[in-house]
Design a protein around this ligand. Structure first.
Ligand SMILES: [Zn+2]
Length: 82
């Protein structure tokens, strides 16, 4: 049984979807959503990947639309203090 593979918007690593955090654009704002219709963007569960994606504007590219990214989303990443 093949797990769906997605690409991290930060480091470009391919990983099973369940290992990644999923985001979508809701009203032009990047929002963490486990499931939703439409296009998603993914990152590893590493704050460094979030920051790389933020700096490189990879979320907007992955979602094919301009999204605002709240830096507080970094709090979703459990390694933020490590
Ligand atoms: Zn990554």
């Amino acid at each position: 049984m093949a797990a769906p593979i997605r690409i991290c918007a930060g480091c470009g690593r391919k990983a099973p979807r369940i290992e990644l955090l999923r985001f979508a654009a809701l009203d032009g704002e990047l929002t963490a959503v486990p499931e939703s219709h439409g296009r998603g963007a993914y990152t590893c569960r590493l704050a460094s990947c979030f920051e790389r994606a933020l700096v490189a504007n990879s979320f907007s590219r992955a979602l094919r639309t301009a999204v605002r990214v709240d830096p507080a989303l970094r709090d979703l990443y459990t390694d933020a203090d490590g």
